[in-house]
Design a protein around this ligand. Structure first.
Ligand code: BGC
Length: 350
């Protein structure tokens, strides 16, 4: 397999490049070192026609524009140092209370405004016969966005000839800290031609973490059966979206099986195009988010990104874990290594 590199422009922290990869199925994945953003994924439908299956911009420099940054939908980006919310932007570690930015009042969201999603990462492309990708690295300095420890982060994107996009994460710190990394791609299996509410979803998660009105978990872990979140059997995303509080799904599922094992978390498909997406991760949970805050302000060409025009499957630890003693811990001890593997597998219905 091959990988093509081109320069898109310059940012204050260095050159912005675009990496384009294609596999034997004709699946293409484009990644930029700005924010570690997946800018484009194109796959074939059941007729063999290629189309975009993620929301993003062709030119990486679009992500640096002020109106995009102030709206900040995190399209396709690596999110950290702590993806999702931390209650009131505070946690106590080794007897010390750390204060983070409140950028989603009254809470901290997605690592803060200067999070990993808008850093210029160092990029090293690689390729072999049946895979190609790019290794992205960055160091987030001690106390950046309020988090302790110099955190060295490595994100490796690999497209394979098994038609999988594999995302491997590694991180180390020199002081105890909390960490929760994810990728924030918005998928659209219909080529962004309409909303995704007719997509069928099945989750391999029997439980979820209920939340309060500010989206902070109550600490309970509850069975999804017969709730609007019950996707134990395949159900269109739109069937019960009106039954959840707020603008749509924005909920953390507790994935079945053993944390740390790479296991299926969800499967989504679109009958019309025939496209399927299988989602695997080693993480304890994932956020199902149905692009509730997109409003058509951005788009690719003439295709505007409207509300519910995408869905995110964000592999993660549960929100607010630093303050929730009964959740799996997000503590990364000094000298230890954080690891995650997440896979999005592309396919076509039989
Ligand atoms: C969160 C949403 C948030 C969105 C921002 C999602 O991961 O769960 O609450 O509005 O990111 O794009």
């Amino acid at each position: 397999m091959k990988i093509k590199q081109s320069k898109a422009g310059d940012a204050p922290a260095g050159e912005i490049n675009l990496f384009e990869i294609e596999n034997k199925f004709g699946t293409t994945v484009n990644i930029t070192n700005y924010g570690g953003i997946i800018t484009s994924i194109q796959t074939r439908d059941k007729q063999g026609n290629k189309d975009e299956i993620v929301l993003g911009f062709d030119n990486p420099m679009e992500y640096l524009k002020d109106d995009y940054i102030s709206n900040c939908p995190y399209l396709g980006a690596v999110v950290g140092r702590y993806a999702n919310r931390i209650k009131e932007g505070k946690f106590t570690l080794n007897g010390k209370t750390y204060e983070l930015c409140i950028n989603n009042a009254p809470n901290h969201l997605h690592g803060g405004p200067n999070g990993l999603h808008q850093k210029t990462w160092k990029a090293e492309p690689f390729h072999s016969e049946d895979r190609a990708g790019v290794k992205l690295t960055i160091t987030s300095p001690d106390m950046e966005e309020g988090f302790p420890g110099n955190l060295k982060v490595e994100v490796i994107y690999t497209l394979t000839n098994q038609n999988e996009l594999v995302i491997d994460y590694h991180a180390t710190t020199d002081k105890d800290t909390h960490i929760n990394l994810t990728n924030h791609s918005y998928f659209t299996l219909n080529g962004c031609n309409e909303d995704v509410l007719a997509h069928q979803l099945v989750v391999y998660a029997d439980h979820f973490t209920p939340k309060d009105e500010t989206d902070i978990p109550t600490g309970d872990i509850v069975c999804i059966k017969d709730s609007p979140l019950d996707f134990m059997t395949p159900t269109p995303l739109g069937d019960r979206i009106k039954d959840v509080a707020g603008r749509g799904f924005d909920h953390n599922y507790v994935i079945n099986g053993i944390i740390g094992d790479l296991r299926p978390a969800a499967r989504v498909w679109d009958e019309k195009s025939g496209r399927t997406l299988d989602f695997f991760t080693t993480e304890p949970g994932f956020q199902l988010y149905t692009a509730n805050y997109l409003d058509g302000s951005f788009g690719r060409g003439n295709k505007k990104f409207q509300q519910h025009y995408g869905f995110c499957l964000e592999a993660q630890h549960y929100p607010d874990s630093p303050n929730q003693p009964n959740f799996p811990s997000t503590l990364l001890k000094a000298g230890k290594t954080y690891e995650q593997t997440t896979i999005y597998r592309f396919g076509i219905l039989d």
